[in-house]
Design a protein around this ligand. Sequence first.
Ligand SMILES: Cc1cc2nc3c(=O)[nH]c(=O)nc-3n(C[C@H](O)[C@H](O)[C@H](O)COP(=O)(O)OP(=O)(O)OC[C@H]3O[C@@H](n4cnc5c(N)ncnc54)[C@H](O)[C@@H]3O)c2cc1C
Length: 574
Amino acid sequence: MRDVSRQAVIDRLRNGPAPEVVVIGAGINGAAVFRELALNGVRVLLVDRGDIAEGASSALSRMVHGGLRYLETADFALVREGATERNRLLRNAPHLVGPLRTVVPLYDRWGGTLAAIGRFFRRPVAASRRGAVLIRIGLTLYDWLGRRERTMPRHRMLPRDAALTAMPGLTRSISAAAEYWDGWVSHPERINLELVLDALRDAPQAEALTYVAAEGFSADGVMLRDTTTGETLRVAPRIVVNAAGAWIDSVNAPMGINQRMIGGTKGSHLVIDHDGLRAALGGAMLYFEAPDGRTCIVFPFLGNVLLGTTDIRVEDADGVRCEESEVDYLLAVLREVLPDIAIGREHIRFRYAGVRPLPHVDAATPSLIPRTHSLVASEATPHRPFPVLSMVSGKWTTFRAFGEQAADEVLRRLGRARSIGTQSRAIGGGAGFPADRAAWIATVARETGVAEPRIAALFDHYGTRARDAARAIAAGPDAPLAALPDHSTAEIAWIGREEIVTNLADVILRRTLIALRGQASEDAVRDVAAALAATLGWTAEHRAGQEAETLALLRDRHGAGQKLNATPPVCVMS
Ligand SMILES: Cc1cc2nc3c(=O)[nH]c(=O)nc-3n(C[C@H](O)[C@H](O)[C@H](O)COP(=O)(O)OP(=O)(O)OC[C@H]3O[C@@H](n4cnc5c(N)ncnc54)[C@H](O)[C@@H]3O)c2cc1C
C-alpha cells in the first residue's frame, strides 16, 4: 500500500492534479460515497476535521436494522431499504456484523392502537405502550419488507411462560412477548475505517486526510485547514459532497449556502458491567418501551451490556456528552423492565453520546421527525464555481445505499458511467471470510509462526485483516501490553502505521474497543502511547501531551468519575 501518512498525502495534493470531488466528513456516509467514487475511477479527496468516525458514526445503538418503529410513521421504503442493507451487511461484513435475537415484552392485547393510527398520519399524539396486536402486525410487515436476501428466521409470538424462559430477568407483569431477528454491529468505527482503507488500496487516485477542516472557499477553491499545524491548503474540485452529518449547515454557511437542512437530536448510551444483567438477557436484545411508550434497547455487548438511548433536541452538536439526568432516566427505565436487577452508577464502565443528523422540520416530537435520507443539491453560483451536494440524515445501516445514491449523482454530473457496484462487495476484514474459522486460524498460524490463540484473538478483532496484523507481529519484536494483554506492541504499531492514525485517542476510542469495553485505565492509555510513539515519531513531550489529552477526553466526555450537568431527557430508539 502507498504511504498514507498525512505528510505524504499533503505533498501529493500540493504537487499533483486537483481532486475532481472533495467529500467533507469521514463518518459512515462520507466514507461510503468516497468508496463508491474511488472504485469508479474518480479523483476524490476525503477530509475530516477530526478522526474517521468521530461523530454520530461512533455513537449509535449498534443496531443494523430496518427500524421496526418507522412502520408506524409509514416510512415503508426506509424500512425496506434498511432491512435489505442489513441482510447485505450480514454477508459483506460478517467479521463485525451479526444476527441479533430480539425480544419485545408485551403487556396487553390492544394497547397503543389509537396512538399508532395517529402516528401513522403523523399527528403529534402522546406515546403509549404498544400491545400484542399492534406488534404482531408490525412484525409481519417487517418480515415481509425484509425478505430480500434474507438469511434469518421470521418472528414468532411467545406466550408468557415461554417469554420468561427465553429471558429470565423480565418483569412478571408481561402478558406475552414477541421474538424476531435483526442485526448488530460490534465495531462500526472499524467498518467506517475499512471502507476508506479498501478505497485507498483499490484506487490509487483517491486520497484521505483526517484532522483537516473545510472552512469555506476562495477564488483558489475549497479552503482546508490542517488542525494539527494550522497550515492551510486549497483544492479546486468540480463538485463538493458535504457529508458533515450534524455539522452540514455549519460547513455550508461559509460556502454561501444558508438553507437550514439539519435539526439534530442527541442520544446517549451506557456500557454496563454486571453479570446478573447479562445473564438475565439470555443472549438476546430487549427492545422495550418505557412506561411512557418510548422505545429503548439493552443487549449483551462484548462481555458487558449496552443500554440506550435518549432523544433530545440540540442546536449545537459540538462537545455533546451523556448527562447525569440521562443516566438516571436510562437506569430507571431498565429497572421497570428488569426489576430484580439492581444496577447503579458503579456498574457503568463507559458512556457515549452523539447527535443524529436528522432533517430540519418543525415536528414537536423528536420521534416524528422523518429518518429518510436525502441528497440536497446547492448549485454553483457566480461566486462559488462548484455545486455542493449535502447528504442529509440516513441511518448507519443504510450507508451503502445512500453512498451509492450520492455517487450516482456525482457520476452523472461528471459525465461518467458507473463501472463497479458495491451491493455484494465484501468490506475490509470481511473479504475472504472463512466458513471454517479454526482451519483459517491454523493456516495463518503456520504461515506466520504466530501462536493459534493469538491469531484467534486477532481474527475476532480484525476479521481476515488478522493475517496482515500477524505478519507485522511475526516481523517482531513484540510483547503483550502490560495493562492490556489482549493487545501487543507490534499490533498497536501496525495500527499506527497502516490505519490513518494521528492521535492516541484514535486508537483508544475507535481503531480498537479498548475504551468501549471499559478497559482504558491510565496504565492502558500509557501502554498504547508507548507502542505508538516510535511508529509515529512522537517526542517524549508530544507523547505526554497525547496521554493527558486522551485521559481528559475519557473523563470529560465518557464519564470516568465525573458529575455532569443535568438536562431533562426523553428516551426513544433511534
Ligand atoms: C444516539 C444514536 C443512536 C443511533 N443508533 C443507530 C442504530 O442503532 N442503527 C443505525 O442504523 N443508525 C443509528 N444511528 C444513526 C447513525 O449513527 C447516523 O445517522 C450516521 O452515523 C450518520 O453518519 P454521517 O456520516 O452522516 O455523520 P457523522 O458520523 O456525524 O460524520 C460527520 C463527520 O463530519 C465531520 N465534520 C464536521 N465538520 C467538518 C468540517 N468543517 N470539515 C471536515 N469535516 C467535518 C465530523 O468530524 C464527522 O466525522 C444513531 C445515531 C445516534 C446519534
